[in-house]
Design a protein around this ligand. Structure first.
Ligand code: UD1
Length: 421
């Protein structure tokens, strides 16, 4: 699918089941490399990034197969394939999560050759914290023409304090630590729900981890990890996307299996703006019938603060709210790619620097032809199209497919007139 056509301006009505979480499943898939058996991953979303990870695992000797919507990974032979073998460049460069293979592969084969990872164009996204912390665990790195060569004569537990609660660095350290010799203490760890999910998976496999979900995680290395069956939780950002669609276009929707407990800061903001958000046994029930009120300021922060991944979606919502709001993006620079498109649609947005935009809500947006430049920004343009009068065409939808199984099908279930070609 390359382009999405939306006939917008109609209030939403309907219900949709929220897919499994992309950001939770990718580290879990990397972690299967550390097991010597077969893992079965249920509620595994069928997304480009998951397919990339599947390709990478296969190139490293795993056997993978989809069975009844679950992804089955047999990692028995992963150790036999030399980790210096070429990993498919397209898959490594295609997604940033390929970097978490570093910790997993060091744990499994002690030697890794990896291209520098890719991902969204949302700022520099360095990996210096990953490398500095892994060095403390007895890993050596060499810069090569192809990228990075890493090796260890045996991973050792260490006390590590992260200067920033980096999600990726915390994941890499966990993956390196579970089979390292001795105990690893990670201070300043990220507290995102995806870290807790990774720890839950690893613990089920036999790892010894305490403190998951807090900023100090203690990992005692074990010899073996077994393959297990595991269910991926719902995707909090996808649920947040459809919440935003309802906030922007109005209406009422049921987001079945939305991970409500992981969405507190987003729900607090939505409720403060005037949306009705109720927890039901089936999921999150959202009603938006009146014009929403803009908060004065919205600041992205590490979890449990307001997530950077929801920022561009709220930028769309705020374009249509009453009053003005300043958004401050503290996690990534260069994460306001949708501003020119929203302005074309009639939004009033002033970008003051790389990390701040000021939005003054307008009465309505008009459909235009726009191009997605990255994953969440692309979804935010689709949400803008659902709210705008007339027809919106969003090109560059391969970015959106990195994180949404089928955004057109889901939004159609919520009553949006939308199709992809
Ligand atoms: C980030 C988000 C995560 C989101 C994901 C996908 C945060 C804290 N993390 O995770 O919630 O799901 O993007 O959009 O919101 N940094 C360094 N050096 C490093 C690693 C990171 O300086 O080695 C900096 C980054 O530039 C950034 C901050 O640390 O400013 C957080 O980055 P990190 O959490 O590692 O990013 P992701 O793992 O991609």
């Amino acid at each position: 699918m390359e382009s999405i056509y939306i006939h917008g301006g109609i209030a939403l009505q309907g219900q949709v089941r929220i897919q499994g979480s992309k950001n939770a499943v990718l580290p879990v898939l990397a972690a299967t490399l550390l097991t010597e058996g077969t893992s079965i991953i249920g509620n595994c979303p069928r997304l480009t990034d998951v397919f990339y990870m599947q390709t990478l695992l296969e190139s490293l000797g795993c056997q993978t197969v989809w069975e009844e919507g679950k992804l089955k990974i047999n990692a028995k032979k992963a150790g036999e394939i030399h980790a210096l073998s070429e990993m498919p460049e397209e898959a490594v460069k295609g997604m940033r999560s390929s970097i978490i293979l570093l910790g997993a592969l060091l744990g499994r084969t002690h030697e890794v050759r990896i291209e520098y990872p890719g991902g969204c164009v949302i700022g520099k996204r360095p990996i210096d914290l990953h490398l500095a912390a892994l060095k403390k665990m007895n890993v050596e790195f060499e810069e090569k023409s192809f990228g990075l060569y890493a090796y260890t004569e045996g991973l050792c537990g260490a006390e590590i304090t992260l200067p920033l609660p980096s999600v990726g660095a915390t994941e890499n350290l966990l993956l390196a630590a579970v089979k390292a010799k001795g105990t690893t203490i990670i201070r300043g760890a990220a507290r995102e729900p995806e870290i807790k999910t990774l720890c839950d998976f690893l613990s089920l496999c036999g790892a010894d981890i305490t403190g998951a979900g807090s900023s100090t995680i203690i990992v005692r290395g074990v010899e073996h990890l077994a393959g297990v069956e595991f269910e991926v939780p719902g995707d909090r950002i996808v649920a947040g996307t459809y919440l935003c669609a309802c906030m922007a276009a109005g209406g009422e929707v049921l987001l079945k299996e939305a991970p409500i407990l992981q969405m507190q800061s987003v729900l607090e903001t939505a409720i403060k703006m005037g949306a009705s958000c109720q927890t039901t046994p089936e999921g999150l029930y959202v009603q938006v019938h009146d014009k929403l009120q803009a908060p004065r300021k919205l600041v992205t922060e590490p979890y449990p603060g307001f997530p950077t991944d929801m920022q561009s979606l709220f930028l769309t919502v705020l374009s249509l709210a009453e009053g003005s709001c300043l958004i401050e993006e503290t996690i990534f620079e260069n994460r306001f790619h949708t501003v020119p498109c929203l302005r074309d649609m009639g939004a009033k947005i002033v970008q003051t620097d790389a990390r701040h935009v000021l939005i003054e809500g307008v009465e309505e947006l008009q459909g235009v032809r726009a191009a997605a430049q990255e994953l969440r920004g692309g979804a935010a343009l689709v949400v803008a199209g659902a709210a705008a009068k007339g027809e919106t065409i969003v090109d560059g939808c391969h970015f959106i497919e990195r994180g949404y199984e089928n955004i057109c099908r889901d939004l159609r279930e919520l009553g949006v007139r939308i199709y992809g070609v």
